[in-house]
Design a protein around this ligand. Structure first.
Ligand SMILES: CC(C)(COP(=O)(O)OP(=O)(O)OC[C@H]1O[C@@H](n2cnc3c(N)ncnc32)[C@H](O)[C@@H]1OP(=O)(O)O)[C@@H](O)C(=O)NCCC(=O)NCCS
Length: 190
């Protein structure tokens, strides 16, 4: 991990695909961590369509979800790959880690695992929307070489703007693979 200067502290934490029965815990973490609180139907429909990219972090001392990421695959015009007209893109849709578990590498692990799965399934770019004031998340994504490629005025219900951040697969793949292999070698992926 030295190559990326990453500080994983994952004692008692492991990562797994979200199970249907874990959706209520994911909704709890979402409500605790983000103002964007989607309906149960939204969580369920993303789970049903994109369950390979919907991952949770579990604290095994409480046997419960303490972080999650849910992603979608979109098809359409590229944000960065200028040579292409129509590509598969990984959309990081929602990510949250409970406050007491932060700065231990859990979001980085969730991002790396789910992005690795999307890369394996043929995406060429990853993109997301993030509040312009969300410095922790923007710093996290910049660490994966994601760049700000646009800004959407009044994107959020309270009127805040969103940055669109994106990266090509070739920008991300090295760090994502490195973290994925580290987690696998340390038996953190169930
Ligand atoms: C953003 C969030 C998911 C990060 O989760 P996390 O598990 O703490 O992230 P990591 O431990 O993997 O952090 C990786 C890197 O991101 C950056 N980072 C994360 N939190 C940061 C903070 N509060 N301040 C500055 N940099 C931060 C750092 O570079 C960090 O590496 P370091 O700890 O070695 O310095 C978490 O703060 C959260 O749930 N916030 C509320 C929900 C949210 O904003 N979700 C994203 C919506 S787009």
């Amino acid at each position: 991990m030295d190559k990326y200067n990453l500080n994983f502290r994952l004692e008692n934490i492991f990562f797994k695909r979200c199970d249907f029965r874990e959706i209520p815990s994911v909704i709890y973490v979402n409500r605790e961590t983000l103002p964007e609180n989607y309906s149960r139907y939204t969580f369920l429909s993303i789970w049903r369509l994109f369950k390979d990219y919907f991952w949770v972090a579990i604290d095994d001392t409480i046997d419960d979800v303490i972080g999650y990421i849910m992603n979608k695959i979109d098809k359409g015009r590229p944000l960065l790959c200028e040579d292409e007209h129509y590509i598969k893109k990984g959309h990081i849709f929602s990510l949250g880690v409970l406050a007491k578990y932060r700065r231990r590498g859990i979001a980085s692990a969730l991002f790396a695992i789910s992005t690795k799965k999307m890369i394996d399934d043929g995406i060429k770019e990853v993109f997301l929307e993030v509040r312009v004031s969300n410095m922790p998340a923007i710093t996290l994504y910049k660490g994966f070489k994601m760049k700000i490629v646009g800004e959407i005025p009044n994107y959020y219900a309270d009127g805040e703007n969103a940055y669109i951040m994106a990266a090509k697969k070739s920008d991300l793949i090295d760090k994502v693979t490195n973290i994925f292999e580290f987690l696998q070698n340390n038996h953190k992926i169930k």
